[in-house]
Design a protein around this ligand. Structure first.
Ligand code: DUC
Ligand code: ZN
Ligand code: ZN
Length: 466
């Protein structure tokens, strides 16, 4: 079936122009000057709307086991919420737990996702135990499984943590096989000392989660990861969920030297603060316990991160979607902040939250699309199938209404959470229509997609490899 998306303004990483988009089956067939498309196809009226590539969220954790519980979104609930919010591809993190065979962890992740996703999905692999077998598995995952990026943790000793020797070995392997190393850059052993000392002083409220993870320990780990990647012959390195000015300085310095170093940030670090959210009265702040933590609003973090997005020292905005309900989940940390499961759920809201940056003149329209769709697709080997409106690409397309308005609330969101980290936030724009591989799955507030229509996508190597 053919569809002509008519009358809109197509926005891509190089700018915006009026154009009509012809979709044939699952792919984009052609772009036409306004009014020059063929007669015959069903018409979708995009007058007054931006026509953007379906967004790609390169950092989600559906059903992640963490802190004695599991992230509360399944692949069904999480990808449905993502779709409604204009995200048409997620890259989730499959997990190798310490002591587990990598391929078994991957098979378990396919088991969770298979038949349940509303949109297309791919996987990165978390390595919880770098040893000879895991290093061999990296080659196999890159060659045969479409998994070309591996996340390592410098934090969470005893859970996901890798020491510097393990990190170096994994980086050397990645340098050989073309994979990207994704780094959770926080100095975990030092954080654990600060956490113990705080608890001994009776400092148990959620805000101490942030105060025991100072930005220096993010900056130090970021710097160490950059140096280790340098020793590994400039292995490509991607710093996840970068939150702090001093960490950004490390990335910027490396990039200024031409190093193969990239970073993402997340909406929570662009908008929320240690004082206003994590420091909310009583146990309320638990809603915003995530790692890396929210940073002080008295310092320049948020302004620096917006600037980093403009200058490309930050290449991508992902959500690090890792939702937990307050009831029975965040509450595990009542009286001890270190037991609060770490994570915020935002997979439904990233497109809107970043569009507000356009309205506030912090990002250009083109950069909005680039940071939420095109660059994540290119960074993680999904381009040009995903992340762009161009002939031959998958017809993953969002009509975005700049005259619409979005109000975020737990009453109206679709994520499986009993609260919203963004309760009451209002956005000057609205996702209007969502198309995934040529199928309209959301329009005018109606959701018409279904679980199981999303496909696993095998990824290639990053476009940004040297
Ligand atoms: N950070 C989080 O906030 N949650 C899950 C894992 C992580 O690194
Ligand atoms: Zn992390
Ligand atoms: Zn994460």
């Amino acid at each position: 079936m053919s569809i002509l998306i008519k009358g809109g303004t197509v926005v891509g990483p190089t700018g915006a122009q009026p154009a009509d988009v012809l979709v044939d089956g699952e792919t984009i067939a052609a772009l036409f000057a306004p009014g020059k498309g063929p007669e015959g196809p069903e018409v979708v009226d995009a007058t007054g709307k931006y026509v953007i590539p379906g967004a790609v969220d390169a950092h989600t954790h559906m059903e992640l086991p963490f802190g004695g519980t599991h992230a509360s979104d399944t692949f069904d609930t999480g990808t449905r919420a993502a779709a409604i919010g204009g995200t048409t591809t997620i890259v989730d993190f499959a997990v190798q737990r310490t002591g587990e065979v990598v391929q078994d962890g991957l098979a378990a992740w396919h088991g969770k996702a298979d038949g349940n996703c509303h949109i297309d999905y791919a996987f990165h692999m978390i390595l919880g135990g770098v040893d000879d077998d895991a290093l061999k598995a990296m080659d196999q995952l890159v060659a045969s499984e479409g998994i070309t990026s591996f996340k390592l943790f410098m934090a969470y000793p005893g859970v996901f943590y890798s020491d510097d020797g393990q990190i170096l070995r994994a980086m050397q392997k990645a340098r050989d096989n073309g994979a990207m190393i994704m780094m959770h850059a926080e100095n975990g052993p030092a954080i654990d000392v600060l956490v113990k000392q705080a608890l001994e002083r009776g400092e148990t409220d959620p805000i101490y989660h942030g105060l025991t993870r100072p930005q220096e320990l993010e900056a130090e780990a970021t710097s160490r990861a950059i140096w280790l990647a340098s020793v590994a012959a400039d292995c490509p390195l991607y710093i996840v969920h970068l939150s702090a000015s001093k960490a950004l300085e490390q990335v910027k310095a490396a990039r200024d030297l031409g190093r193969n170093v990239f970073a993402e940030t997340c909406p929570q670090y662009l908008y929320l603060t240690l004082e206003d959210q994590l420091g909310a009265p009583g146990f309320e702040g638990a809603k915003w316990v995530c790692s890396t933590p929210l940073r002080s609003g008295k310092e320049s973090h948020r302004a620096d991160l917006w600037q980093g997005l403009r200058t490309n020292d930050l290449s991508v905005v992902s959500t690090d979607h890792c939702p937990f309900c307050m009831k029975d989940q965040k509450e595990l940390g009542l009286g001890d902040f270190s037991k609060i499961p770490n994570g915020i759920g935002s997979v439904e809201h990233r497109v809107d939250l970043l569009y507000q940056g356009v309205v506030d003149k912090k990002l250009s329209l083109a950069r909005w699309v680039e940071t939420i769709a095109t660059t994540p697709a290119r960074m993680f080997g999904l381009y040009p199938k995903k992340g762009i409106i161009a002939p031959g690409s998958d017809a993953d397309i969002v009509l975005y209404d700049p005259n619409g308005r979005t109000r975020i609330s737990v009453e109206t969101h679709h994520m499986n959470m009993d609260h919203s980290a963004w309760e009451g936030w209002e956005i000057d724009g609205k996702v209007d229509t969502v198309m995934s591989r040529g199928e309209v799955i959301a329009a005018g507030g109606e959701y018409t997609g279904r679980a199981g229509r999303g496909r696993y996508v095998k990824r290639g190597l990053s476009d940004y490899l040297l």
